[in-house]
Structure formats: structure tokens, C-alpha cells
Design a protein around this ligand. Structure first.
Ligand code: SF4
Length: 325
């Protein structure tokens, strides 16, 4: 058996990959790799895909210095900034997103730490109203969350929280100096320990190596996260990474394929930066993706939602609809 065949067999059986397997995947012909990652996707996920949309609940003014992020107060990106939206507005926007055939709707707040004081009250008010009403499940992305807040959210019926690791432990200090990788890892551990599903992934095209990408995927597998969003940098003027060249579509597909092989059971989601794929967007499912973010991103408009839904139908895939399962 060649190292490539061994790698595919390991992935097909949800077994960990050794370095020889990884090397074989990275050197494989892309067309051949995509044939196999499509099979791995079908084995664990059949024809189902999940879709999510996000709402920027609090924008900008962040104390942290993540080099890619338009919302950091350290950079000079031109974005609309606002404190946490009032509960009534969060409810209205979330209900609007819930009209789409999505599985999760995410409320995302900028900033290192979860909401406090009046903002916390408003957020919990919105969550209390929304959780019994929504067809989609609520996913909250609140930065570093403490045990008390996690207990409250659990009691309100929230099932999923999001917090990206972004990249590898080795590379992280080159993109952020105001908090540590361990803080992010511990946050994901805390989320899982409280019984939530964790949505945690990363961002690519920051100058990281393939070893960094492998290390991120391996860490996420070890943590046992259920959902893995993959984002691809669309450099934002005014951020330190504003001059980073975009990743080529075929490199993005190989990243998706790598994550499918290391995390066969996870819901691998193509999130920010999908437009970089241009006309190769449908190939994400052959690379092993099982999920997409639809609608607008945090600080940029997204692709037409109807075009995305049509693409899924044309591929013969089905959207998971949690409210009928
Ligand atoms: S902590 Fe989050 S919002 Fe703040 S700069 Fe980093 S990525 Fe952006």
C-alpha cells in the first residue's frame, strides 16, 4: 500500500494520520485527492450539508491586536462600530436569518471577553426569547467565556458556542500578541466541558506553513470539536496583513481536503473568504466540506443566498433541517 492509499484508509476509518500520511496527502495530485475526500465526506455525512448565517451583534473597538481583523482598535480599518445591539434588534435580525434553510444562526460579538453588565443582560434577554422560537439552533461567539455565563447559557437551552483557534500554537504569536494560544484552547475546552458543541476552526493565508495547518487540524481533532469553520484571508485595508496575497483556489481546496482527512466526522465549514474560490466554489464539497456560511460576513457582504442554495440543489446535496429531524 502506498503512503497515499494508507492515508485515505486511515481517514476512511476515522483513524489518526501519521506524518508520512500527511506528506502523501500534501504531495498528492489534487484531482485524485478530491476523488477520495468526496468519498470520505459521503461515508460520514451522506448527502447532507449544513448552512449557517452570522449576525454581527457588537462591532469593532476590540482591545486585541489580531493582525487580520478589521475590528481591532489597534488597526485603522474602516468599519462601522457599535456596542451590543439592543435585545429587540438582536431578536429581529435573528428571526430574519431564521427564515433561511440554515441549521445554525450565530450571534458574534467583537472583543476578547464575553459581554458584561448591561450588555450581558440584553444578550441574555434576546437568548431567552429566541431559543424556544427558532427553527435553527443558536450559536454564540462571545470570545472568552466564564463558567457562570456558560451555566446560564446552558440553562437557557443554548447548544453551541464558537471560538476559533485561528492557527497553530507555533504561528499564533506572529498574528496576535495581546492574548495567548492557551487562552483560546482553554476556552474551547471549557465550552466542551459544560456540554456545549464547539465550533472552532481557523484562518488561512496569514503566512502560515502547511505544518501550521496540520498542527491546527490535529489540535482540533484532539479537542473533539464538532464544527470546524475554515476561513481564507481577504486582506482588509488598514490591517497589518493588508498586503497579503490571496490564496489560490486550488490551495484552498487542498486545505479543505486536508481538514476532511484529519477530521472525517467533523462538520467542516467553508466560511469567510469563499469568494476567493471564484468559479471553483462547488468543488469545496468534493474536497470534503459539509457546511457553508451563507449571507453576509462580519464586515463584508457575502454572495447571493439564492445562488448558494441553487448550487447545493444542483450538486444533488440536501440541507439538514434540524426542525424536522
Ligand atoms: S479578539 Fe476577535 S474581534 Fe478582537 S481583534 Fe481578535 S479576532 Fe478581532
Amino acid at each position: 500500500m502506498t503512503p497515499f492509499e494508507a492515508a485515505i484508509t486511515q481517514a476512511m476509518n476515522n483513524l489518526p494520520l501519521e506524518s508520512a500520511h500527511i506528506r502523501a496527502l500534501l504531495e498528492a495530485d489534487l484531482d485524485e485527492l478530491l476523488y477520495h475526500t468526496n468519498r470520505i465526506r459521503q461515508r460520514y455525512h451522506h448527502d447532507y450539508v449544513t448552512l449557517c448565517s452570522i449576525i454581527n451583534a457588537r462591532s469593532g473597538r476590540c482591545s486585541e491586536d489580531c493582525a487580520f481583523c478589521a475590528q481591532s482598535a489597534h488597526h485603522r480599518a474602516q468599519i462601522t462600530e457599535y456596542a451590543l445591539r439592543p435585545a429587540a434588534e438582536l431578536i429581529r435580525l435573528t428571526r430574519g436569518a431564521d427564515e433561511r434553510p440554515i441549521t445554525h444562526v450565530g450571534l458574534v460579538t467583537s472583543g476578547r471577553a464575553a459581554v458584561r453588565g448591561r450588555e450581558r443582560t440584553e444578550l441574555l434577554k434576546a437568548v431567552r426569547t429566541l431559543t424556544p422560537q427558532l427553527r435553527a439552533k443558536l450559536c454564540l461567539s462571545l470570545g472568552i467565556v466564564d463558567d457562570a455565563l456558560l451555566r446560564e447559557l446552558r440553562a437557557l437551552g443554548v447548544q453551541r458556542l464558537h471560538h476559533n483557534l485561528e492557527t497553530s500554537r507555533r504561528f499564533f504569536p506572529q498574528i496576535c500578541t495581546t492574548h495567548s494560544y492557551d487562552e483560546r484552547v482553554e476556552n474551547v475546552r471549557r465550552i466542551l466541558a459544560h456540554g456545549f458543541e464547539a465550533c472552532s476552526g481557523g484562518l488561512f493565508g496569514l503566512g502560515e506553513t502547511w505544518d501550521d495547518r496540520v498542527a491546527l487540524a490535529t489540535t482540533l481533532r484532539e479537542l473533539g470539536v464538532q464544527s470546524v469553520p475554515l476561513n481564507f484571508l481577504m486582506a482588509i485595508p488598514g490591517t497589518p496583513l493588508e498586503h497579503m496575497p490571496p490564496l489560490a483556489p486550488r490551495e484552498i481546496l487542498r486545505i479543505v481536503a486536508l481538514f476532511r482527512c484529519i477530521l472525517p466526522r467533523a462538520d467542516v465549514k467553508v466560511a469567510g473568504g469563499r469568494p476567493l474560490l471564484r468559479d471553483l466554489q462547488p468543488l469545496i464539497f468534493y474536497a470534503g466540506a459539509t457546511s457553508m456560511m451563507i449571507g453576509d460576513y462580519l464586515t463584508r457582504p457575502g454572495r447571493d443566498v439564492n445562488a448558494d442554495l441553487q448550487m447545493i440543489v444542483d450538486l444533488g446535496l440536501r440541507t439538514r433541517r434540524p426542525w424536522v429531524e
